[in-house]
Design a protein around this ligand. Sequence first.
Ligand code: DSN
Length: 421
Amino acid sequence: MNPSRVFDIIEKHTKMMEDSIPLIASENITSPLVRRCYVSDLGHRYAEGKVGERFYEGCSYIDEIEQMAIDLTRKIFEVEHANVQPISGVVANIAAFFALTSAGDTIMSLSVPCGGHISHDTVSAAGLRGLRVVHYPFNNEEMTIDLDRTAVIAREIEPKLFILGSSLILFRQPVSEIRKIADEIGAYVMYDASHVLGLIAGKSFQNPIKEGADVMTGSTHKTFFGPQRAIIASKEGLAEDIDRAVFPGVVSNHHLNTLAGYVIAAMEMLEFGERYAKQVVKNAKTLAEELYNLGYRVLGENKGFTETHQVAVDVKEHGGGERVAKKLEAVGIILNKNLLPWDSIEDTEDPSGIRIGVQEVTRLGMKEEDMRILANFIDAAIREKKSAATIREEIKEFKKNFRTVKYSFDEFDAYRFPELK
Ligand code: DSN
């Protein structure tokens, strides 16, 4: 038994990330101030129940932190109620399903190839709740829900809940239009904002609750650059049902070290979020345009490619998503293969597409000119314009300029543990 083996592996992983371009759309990098919370004593403690109504003693300071988290969440998203206890996006979604539906109910959501998250489907959380899932008809050209056909289907099947928000999300989704359909049949509207939470916080994207959603769930570590956990925001009328669904429903203790980290990230978001979110969207648009100009089939061409942190590219003609993602990994560009709306779920292992997220490189300080360089690296790797080893070296050199965390209270090394001040 040698514990140092673990630290050797962590060091190798850290070095790999230091030298790579991180483009996974569901990740981000936290500021070292956030990371300092991870290793605090809070990570050893329990705080079941609500602020001021705990089942264990010793929670007075934890209560202060949780209240700060609630207040900041309500302020950032301009919502009446916030529950900050879910420990992940899927847990938040399960809680929302318990609050809003009964087993046997029908819901409508996007299929996974059209961008829906697995937890919106029977294979995951929706199935665990015993829900029947009907997928929205989708307009591949516009990359959005076909509202006319949805209205017809919804009147017939009368879903209890409409889920919006998705994992492949290039454009705003029709919240107010779905709200109208939901009102006709007395259904709830829930928006899973996991991918776009930081863009909503930075006021660069639709605020689903303001547009009519009853509930917004969201993980706090994608465009929202916090620790890995989640929130549920809602109107006041649903507060009790949501809180009960979270605790004792699906969460016992809720990981208090990352709760404190979330509070720091929320403060950073209030202070720097608008600048950050604007830059994320500018970067995504620039990268999409550059790839398009280099001859790639970038999705969403007729709508300006993207309004989020994501760029989606159909790489079928270059060998498919699996081959292209592996080729890019070999040069130090880390992203994921992705199903596209014209793929079937059976294509999951080797889908047509790749999904690119620019939120993390934006947090590391990249701007539009860097997106042009990035597009050329991607192109060189896919079309094998140089050897993988050569491109890898060039990327390592390029990445040296992006090793501090921006949009935070100080500029810190992104990959090394911060010294205590
Ligand atoms: N599946 C993750 C993603 O979108 O990458 C989210 O859980």
